[in-house]
Design a protein around this ligand. Structure first.
Ligand SMILES: Cc1ncc(COP(=O)(O)O)c(C=O)c1O
Length: 423
């Protein structure tokens, strides 16, 4: 199936007389006829539902839809994008291990890795996204377990050279985890470029209406964990908490995602409610149509901003002048997303005056839904970061992040124009 058809149909095909729309299974538990039948589920001998913290039919269908869209073998929904990135790494990384992350990533993920992971005993090295292969090689240690990056960085909307990172990660026998939140699988499928695990904050375009916080982890099923049993003991050696089960032996190329569900979800929770999974599915059903419109409108707004004398700089990969344009043509040929970054000539007060003068575009700590919104990361999302950390994360102090929604683009440009005119 093509992507649009998958958005509407993958993961759920009702049988005769069943609901056409994916139903919400709002139940914490499931009934069994015999103690033995339920026991077999606990031993992972048979698939089935016993408690919604681990699995729920609505959540599973939505996860299956996203797995199909990304080209993976399986997926697990999480209660937020933060939980998705935490689980994706923690599934194969523990105290005493090391991981490598691109520095130019979402501030929340930067904090998770830079502070919380280090507190948990996981050592993290941040690397520049445009580092050459020799510089990336130098970041590896004997205990490195994974490499992490974002297809399109938040807030700078820079394009990651996924193939370069995949090549270096695989040379060192570790997987590449890619957060694909901004492009969504409609505009980029990182697995096709060598990523092994893909994550999302589904809170963004996948939901698209600003309704439900959520996340997802997708397993490509392509990484051969058994080639490095010592490096990934959690997947390749007996799990004492599951009667000595070896995930790779029992679940083959779905070992990683099965462990994430049965082990991490069991112990740490963080599942979304079936109601929120249902909302997410409503968003997925129109994702392919909305992404096209977001990209078309964003390109028109970016071209307008680029033409204005008040604008000091603008970064949007769709612009031919953008340094990432060539990478965007390779990884995002159908468009990137609706988000762009720009700065105005003048001081910080000028930026504040501009933002406060907007009438249709609203100031929000969000991106990537149907409402056009703007944010100044140095004063908002990234305010915990020092100037040095801001620079390390690729965020300029004057950067404003504009997320173009689904309104008529003429109205958006008129609003931006009147705010720019207020000198
Ligand atoms: C790229 C990216 N990853 C992860 C997250 C975290 O997602 P959530 O807010 O759903 O926890 C965000 C949030 O903005 C994000 O932009």
């Amino acid at each position: 199936m093509k992507k649009g058809t998958e958005c509407v149909h993958a993961g759920y095909s009702p049988a005769n007389g069943e609901p056409r729309q994916m139903p919400i299974c709002q139940s914490t538990t499931f009934k069994y006829e015999s103690s033995d039948a339920m026991g077999r589920l606990f031993d992972l001998e048979e698939p089935g539902y016993f408690y919604t913290r681990l699995q729920n039919p609505t959540n599973d269908r939505v996860a299956a839809r996203i797995a199909a869209l990304e080209g993976g073998v399986g997926a697990c929904l999480t209660s937020s994008g933060q939980a998705a990135n935490f689980f994706a790494c923690f599934n194969i990384c523990e105290a005493g291990d090391h991981m490598i992350a691109v520095a130019n990533i979402y501030g929340g993920t930067f904090n998770l890795f830079g502070w919380t992971f280090r507190k948990m005993g996981i050592d993290v090295t941040f690397v520049e996204m445009d580092a050459d292969e020799a510089a990336l090689e130098a970041a590896f240690k004997p205990n490195t377990k994974l490499v992490f990056g974002e297809t399109l960085t938040n807030p700078g909307v820079r394009v990651l050279d996924i193939e370069k990172f995949a090549r270096v990660a695989h040379r060192h026998g570790v997987p590449l985890i890619i957060d694909n939140t901004f492009p969504t699988p409609v505009n980029c499928r990182p697995i096709e470029f060598g990523a092994d695990i893909v994550t999302h904050s589904t809170t963004k375009y996948m939901d698209g209406q600003g309704v439900a916080v959520g996340g997802v982890v997708v397993d490509s099923g392509r990484f051969d964990w058994t080639a490095y049993p010592q490096r990934f003991p959690g997947l390749c050696t007996p799990d004492a908490s599951y009667h000595g089960l070896v995930y790779t032996e029992r679940f083959g190329n779905a070992a990683y995602i099965t462990k994430l569900v049965t082990h991490l979800m069991r112990d740490l929770g963080s599942i979304p409610s079936p109601q929120n999974a249902f909302y997410l599915n409503l968003g997925l059903q129109t994702l392919h149509v909305r992404m096209k419109r977001h990209c078309e409108s964003a390109l028109a707004v970016a071209k307008f901003l680029e033409s204005r004398p008040e604008v000091a700089w603008i970064e949007y990969p769709g612009l031919e002048s953008d340094p990432c344009h060539a990478l965007a043509q390779k990884y995002l040929p159908g468009g990137s997303c609706g988000v762009m970054a720009f700065g105005l000539k003048g001081d910080r007060a000028r930026a504040v005056r501009f933002m406060d003068s907007l009438k249709l575009v609203t100031i929000e700590t969000h991106v990537a839904d149907c409402h056009t919104c703007i944010l100044h990361p140095a004063s908002h999302t990234h305010r915990q970061l020092s100037d040095e950390q801001l620079r390390e994360a690729g965020v300029r102090p004057d950067l404003m992040r504009l997320s173009v929604g689904l309104e008529d683009v003429e109205d958006l440009i008129a609003d931006i124009q009147q705010a720019l005119d207020k000198k």
